[in-house]
Design a protein around this ligand. Sequence first.
Ligand code: ADP
Length: 694
Amino acid sequence: MLKSIYHFITKPFLFETDEEIRKIIGLHIVMLAALVFSIIDLSVAILGRPVYACIPGDITIITIGIIGLYCLRTGKTICTVNSIFLAPFVIYFFHISKQYSVLPIHQSIPNTLWVLIASLIFLVLFDGKLKKISIFFGWALITLLFHIYQADRISDILLYKWPGNDMAFNPVLQLILAYGITFFVTWNFSISINDLRTKLNENEKQVNQTVKGFQQGVLLMEIVRDEMENPVGLKILKTNPAFESMFRVQARELREADAEVIFPKVFRDSFQWNSFYLQSTKKKTEIHVDHLNKWFEVFNLSPAPDQIASIFYDVSQKQKNIESLQDSRRRYKVLLEAIPDIFFIIDKDGIYMDFVIKESELIQITADDIVGNSIFEVGFSEKMSRKIFQCIQDAIQFETIETIEYALEVEKGTAMFEMRIAKLDDNSVISIARDITKRKVAEIKLEEAKIKAEEADQLKSAFLANISHEIRTPMNAIIGFSKMIGSPDFDMEEKNRFIEIIVSNGKLLMEMINDMISLSKIESNQIIVKKDFCKINDMMLDLYREYSYDVSNKPIKLKLSNENANPKFGVTTDKAILMEVMQKLLDNAVKFTDDGEIEFGYKLLSKDQLQFFVRDTGIGIDEAQITKIFERFHQVDNKTTRRYEGTGLGLAIAQHFVKLIEGTIAVKSELGSGSTFYFNVPFKGGEGTLTIVR
Ligand code: ADP
């Protein structure tokens, strides 16, 4: 109720201070009170006809009240205040007029005086202007003097003491005194008001100058509200030069302008100003003004109720710096990712701070596994961790680049890494780990190959030495004995012996040449395996016949040991290769056995493995040599062996041949007791296995 009265009273006014509100409310009260009082008085006068009725006086008060209230409601406060100048007419009707006054005229001078003084106070309270107060004082003095004159007391006018008991002293003097006091109070009041106003102006000037010189754009606005007090728009009150140059607008275009009209022009579509200022409580936002291609940070302040001050910071440069920083960060990331190494940032206590790792086949690391963990926790051995820790300290202290090589057990086996540690700053290092597994493997292979090449070189030199010796010996024999055949000094019997020697040396030469041809064919992958069904027992018998002759001049017993007597027994394989291998083994057995027994044959190891063997009771092979005899050109180099001819190629060729028919060759031997060479071939496409039936 009170609120709606208040709202009703204050509605037509634009207040700037509380003082003004108080004045308006006071005027309403005074005018209303005068109106109500006079209406009641008039009603009583008309209806009750009392002795003290003064109808013209009441009508005058009603008129003043109506004029005053009308002026108030139309916002003309000054007019309301000025209506007090009609007060003397009220006095006239009530106290001076011989016809209407309610009391005898000479008795009501004090009433006139008090009404006039009350009017003066009214003016002080509601107007406060010295000039108006002084004019009213003159008007009041005339009224009072006229009253005194009408009361026939003009003769008392110069007396200080007023005759009679109704007043303490001269009413004119009292009026002058009242005027003097009101004048003094008002004058004093207006001086202090002026002082305050000057200070206020100075302050405002300072604030204005500060805002004017402010480097950032300032925009002061007022919120426009509808009848229901809802914010509906913004009116621009002020801007500073920085704002105007930032957005290339003129101050005069902006002043008092409606935001609805101006903002689309200033910001185009870049700024949702409506939602930011009127619908949100956000104090800060960032906008990009497209047509200026600039970034702004906007801060909001509320200097007074319903006022918004926005400060615009041009942050384009900052934004550009951030963007170029992000660009360069992106570039470095791409660069780091393109380098196959793994990068770690480790602090001086050995804690991982960051890393860049590529998709690696070897190690899969996630940020959680590594960042925040210590080098002592990520899988290095205790010794290795301590070494890395020491390198970190050295790199920081001496600004050196430390290098460590280490092995790491990964899913696919052992990986080798090379870690370089370099100082980043006083508290951290960058560690660059490179996978050097391939390089290391290549190095090891290279080393092995080098050793092999050196060995091969030695073997070849030995071979050449051998071969020249081996070739020269039979060639010398052949040439020497061929010459001797033509000589008439020898008889037929001797010549026949020479022919035998020439033939056997020719055979040896042939064997050598064959071996060398086989080897070169093996090396150039020219041997073609031709698999066919091969009757093994027939083949063994052929071999037996061939070698029976070879051992005939030595005290050696040759023994054939065929497990399967079925003449149809056989296997699908390359017969020529199989035969060649058996011949090489039998050649050696005959060569390295001086007396005793040579047994050869085969047996079925399982339903798919057939084993051939050649056993002798010859010189045997030293344990240390057993792994080497299959290498090319290798001959056991001892005095005993050198007695025997050969190229050192036989077993190497045999091993290759066995491999070609999908088998494996091995040897068991004891020095001085003999050797057993055996090789297994797959029993594929085999036939003729006997089943024992009891
Ligand atoms: P070579 O032409 O010298 O016989 P091989 O490759 O056939 O070449 O044999 C290599 C070496 O293996 C021989 O020089 C010999 O020292 C040893 N060896 C091979 N077979 C026998 C065997 N049955 N008894 C003893 N030593 C053998």
